[in-house]
Design a protein around this ligand. Structure first.
Ligand SMILES: NC(=O)C1=CN([C@@H]2O[C@H](COP(=O)(O)OP(=O)(O)OC[C@H]3O[C@@H](n4cnc5c(N)ncnc54)[C@H](OP(=O)(O)O)[C@@H]3O)[C@@H](O)[C@H]2O)C=CC1
Ligand SMILES: O=C1O[C@H](COP(=O)(O)O)[C@@H](O)[C@H](O)[C@H]1O
Length: 534
């Protein structure tokens, strides 16, 4: 994988000395492309994602010397504002993870100097021509790569792709386009979107972003699996009893109810983020780290997932709660949500992969909004040690008066590996261990790799930082290929059709709770206990 290898070595060689913002940046493009300028354009520049994620990530990359020496950032949207007003608006959203760093102000000012704004409609050729003219001015005749970020509602993905491909493609270098989710809302609409975009952009140019793939622990999943011999023999049905992939947020859809009601939690989180995690977890070892080899394996395993049976699904929706003087609204209290909506804000699903490695192993996914905490993790529960001489024997205490064994439930004696994706990134393994001393008391201990204790790297880069950098490097490992998308929709569309055609009512759960009780019944049906309830 020339691009990626070049990319990482170039990253490692970055000069991190923060003497001057003017000096920062890479001269030679990491993937070896012959460009000498990058123009990065955000369509939907006045929006929420641009403000929250894209500008802060670009600034962080600039600060770390990851951007090319010569670059410009364009914002494009319908809102009328001057470039100066745009810069002021960006300034308000910057800071975040770099504000405590050395010379931050200097970097911010230097970054803002490279930002320009053009306003126009999303379907007017003349407006895009104007954008092209402004870009050319900042490119000063250099060989320019152009990166377009479609940070806009999906309803206008196609016109913007059309206009940008007709009027603002780079004439001197490559053009790459980042497309945000949602990529459709079912198989049919996703195919239509893919077809319409393919008429304007080649697959090579298209970067479908799933920001979960840019998270540190997700990048590490393949490292953990394929570079540690101890995990390799264990990673299958012979040793793993079940796998749980849990996502929770401790806030509701506040402010996004209108968007959310058209999608629901299965489309918003499971069809993309959690399924991608499951694919990386369960796929066979790729032939290499090349993007196509990895994505080939992901598609294969997604295609091996058994059709989802509605009996293996629990749906929930949060209801309001009052706690002292705090009032937490119900999903249906949001004025942008249609009255009486049955949209699920929580789902739990049992999935099965019909292949030799995973035959019979339940993969339980759980995702919910307005739960008791925010987090995302993978839990791997291993089988019991066969014939375990230390297994619980309540009526037969061990000699030397130590009393106690490894616990009184079979779960307590099983090893569990937890990959905590967020917050507080960690990998830890629960093992049975003898409590030191003369007795024979055992307990469950943890081999703990908590990132913030182990690594002194400070705050980890945001997922968007990593993914934007990968686009600049032309590294597609962490982006969704069209056949992966197709396989994901093939899996979830029949389920979504059943839920919607039968208007299945969700089970209500209180805001801030652990979700509906039904999720526990689902787990026990497969002889599983949710690990995150311990
Ligand atoms: N916000 C988030 O946290 C996340 C967002 N996404 C996805 O990223 C994309 C951008 O998200 P976000 O920034 O929240 O979106 P916004 O709703 O904030 O829209 C972005 C911009 O697009 C323009 N716009 C909005 N609605 C319309 C419309 N109906 N027709 C034409 N233009 C419109 C507006 O700019 P103007 O009027 O100035 O042209 C707006 O500022 C979406 O596809 C979203 O699904 C994905 C993950 C998380
Ligand atoms: O894609 C989405 O992700 C966010 C959660 O992202 P995180 O990185 O903050 O965990 C979620 O809130 C949103 O509903 C969804 O569209």
């Amino acid at each position: 994988m020339a691009a990626a290898e070049g990319g990482s070595s170039a990253r490692d060689q970055q000069n991190t000395k923060k003497s001057s913002a003017k000096e920062t940046g890479v001269d030679v493009w990491p993937s070896g492309e012959a460009h000498d300028h990058m123009t990065f354009c955000v369509f939907g520049a006045s929006g929420d994602l641009a403000k929250k994620k894209i500008y802060p990530s670009l600034l962080a990359l600039f600060y770390e010397g990851r951007l090319p020496k010569s670059f410009s950032v364009f914002g494009y949207a319908r809102s009328k504002m001057t470039s100066e007003e745009f810069r002021e608006r960006i300034r308000m959203s910057l800071g975040c993870r770099i504000d405590a760093k050395e010379n931050c102000d200097e970097f911010m000012e230097e970054f803002l100097k490279r930002c320009e704004y053009v306003h126009g409609n999303y379907d007017e050729g003349a407006d895009f021509e104007k954008l092209d003219q402004e870009m050319l001015k900042t490119e000063e005749g250099k060989k320019a790569m152009r990166v377009f970020y479609l940070s806009i509602p999906p309803s206008i993905f196609v016109p913007v792709a059309q206009m940008s491909s007709r009027y603002v493609q780079s004439k001197t270098g490559e053009t790459r386009v980042i497309v945000e989710k949602p990529f459709g809302r079912d198989l049919e609409s996703s195919r239509a979107l893919t077809k319409a975009l393919a008429a304007e952009l080649s697959e090579k140019q298209t970067y479908r972003i799933d920001h979960y793939l840019g998270k540190e622990l997700i990048e590490n999943l393949t490292v953990l699996r394929f570079s540690n011999i101890m995990f390799q023999p264990l990673w299958n049905r012979n040793y793993i009893r079940n796998v749980q992939i849990n996502f929770s947020e401790n806030f509701g859809t506040e402010g996004r109810g209108g968007y959310f009601d058209n999608y629901g939690i299965i489309r918003d989180i499971m069809q993309n983020h959690l399924l991608q995690i499951m694919a990386l977890f369960a796929m066979e070892e790729p032939a290499s780290l090349d993007a196509e080899d990895i994505r080939d394996e992901k598609v294969k395993v997604i295609r091996s997932i058994r059709d989802i049976d509605i009996d293996n699904v629990v749906l929930g929706q949060y209801k309001g709660k009052t706690s002292g003087s705090n009032v937490f609204p119900a999903y249906l209290d949001d004025e942008t949500v249609p009255k009486g909506s049955n949209c699920a804000t929580f789902a739990a699903i049992a999935l099965f992969i019909d292949n030799a490695r995973w035959d019979g192993v339940p993969f339980l996914m759980k995702a919910g909004k307005a739960l008791h905490k925010r987090g995302c993790e993978i839990r791997i529960q291993f089988r019991h040690a066969p014939g375990n001489i230390y297994a619980d024997k309540k009526s037969k205490p061990i000699s030397r008066g130590g009393g106690g064994t490894a616990g009184d439930s079979s779960n307590a004696q099983c090893n569990e590996l937890v990959i905590r994706i967020q917050p507080d990134e960690a990998i830890y393994l629960k093992i049975n261990n003898k409590v030191p001393g003369l007795g024979h008391k055992m307990d469950r201990s943890i081999l703990d790799l908590t990132y913030k204790s182990k690594y002194s790297v400070g705050e980890l880069p945001d997922a968007y930082e990593r993914l934007i950098l990968d686009v600049i490097h032309g590294d597609k490992r962490l982006f969704i290929r069209n056949d992966e998308l197709e396989a994901a929709w093939k899996l979830f569309t029949p389920l979504l059709e059943t839920i919607e055609s039968e208007n299945i009512p969700p089970e209500l759960y209180p805001y801030g709770s652990r979700g509906p009780i039904g999720a526990h019944y689902l787990a026990s049906r497969w002889n599983v206990r949710w690990g995150d309830t311990n």
